[in-house]
Write a protein that binds this ligand. Structure first.
Ligand code: CP
Ligand code: NVA
Length: 306
């Protein structure tokens, strides 16, 4: 129907474009740190639809758009017609008539796909039950800044086979690294997403097996947004999947630790893990800003060199 470029998963962009975005994010970060104003999106407006809570995603998109010279509008179901049952297709068509780019955080991935089908401006996945691709741009940027290319490296995912795990699997294919996920029985990633990334991904049960020889270790909460009712029961099932400095000692000597945040100390991470010198979670959080500026710029203006 339209040639608009969306970003619903990492598979929507080629490996070459993803590499460009990482380089561009690092470049925009440098410009920003040096105080060089760069506002290529004057008068442009980003619509931000949040059906789930957020700190990092909201602030990074809103600050990023302001820095690029544009404006962002926060929309939540609580105070828009989305919360009163206006069809997602109608909302997509109407918002597309008024803003230049839209990001959505919602539940079912299919809802995002339906929105994108009817939108006539670029749509960005700001997290669904199945994927969180924006976080991966920041994570890869962070790895590249600290250790250079991630190609050929080994990444260990520890814990729930959730939206972040699925996006790491897509990233393994697109950035050409090996992902080993250690998940408790019954909490493995979706089989079709594993199959889609065959050759780059394996799933094991023992966290120590996954971490052995890893260059990067990653975890996330044991109960994601929308799974609050299961949180208590999951505590028991995920015992043994906590990332701690001791678990990190199974990894390579210069391994890094990442977590998309928010973190639950004493659950998926030990109380001291985020303060360990191997943890780069604050850089990772900051890079949401730079990576998404590169993404929005690309979706609206294409690849740039200056
Ligand atoms: N990592 C992340 O997406 O954080 P928020 O839920 O705070 O946006
Ligand atoms: N898996 C988590 C990620 C939060 C950024 C969730 O979906 O709640």
């Amino acid at each position: 129907m339209t040639a608009v470029q969306h970003f619903l998963t990492l598979k929507d962009l080629t490996p070459g474009t993803l590499d460009y975005l990482i380089r561009r994010a690092i470049h925009l970060k440098d410009k920003h740190k040096r105080g060089i104003p760069y506002a290529p999106l004057p008068q442009k407006v980003l619509g931000m639809v949040f059906e789930k809570s957020s700190t990092r995603t909201r602030v990074s998109f809103e600050a990023g758009m302001a820095q690029l010279g544009g404006h962002a509008i926060f929309l939540s179901p609580r105070d828009t017609q989305l919360g009163r049952g206006e069809p997602i297709e109608d909302s997509a068509r109407v918002l597309s008539r008024m803003v230049d780019i839209i990001m959505i955080r919602t539940f079912e991935h299919s809802k995002l796909e339906r929105f994108a089908e009817y939108a006539t401006v670029p749509v960005i996945n700001a997290l669904t039950d199945d994927y969180h691709p924006c976080q991966l741009l920041a994570d890869i940027q962070t790895f590249v800044e600290h250790r250079g290319s991630i190609q050929g490296k080994r990444v260990a995912w520890i814990g729930d086979g959730n939206n972040m795990c699925h996006s790491y699997m897509n990233a393994a294919t697109q950035f050409d690294f090996e992902l080993v996920a250690a998940c408790p029985k019954g909490f493995e990633p979706k089989a079709d997403i594993v199959a889609d990334n065959a050759g780059h991904v394996s799933v094991v049960e023992d966290p120590a097996d996954a971490v052995k020889g890893a260059d990067l270790v990653v975890t996330d909460v044991w109960a994601s947004m929308g799974q609050e009712d299961e949180a208590e029961a999951r505590l028991e099932k995920f015992r043994g999947y906590q990332v701690s400095p001791a678990l990190m000692d199974h990894a390579t000597a210069d391994a890094l630790f990442m977590h998309c945040l928010p973190a639950h100390r004493g659950e998926e991470v030990s109380h001291d893990m985020l303060d360990d010198p191997r943890a780069v979670v604050w850089d990772e959080a900051e890079n949401r800003l730079h990576a998404q500026k590169a993404l929005m710029e690309y979706l609206m203006l294409g690849a740039l060199t200056a």
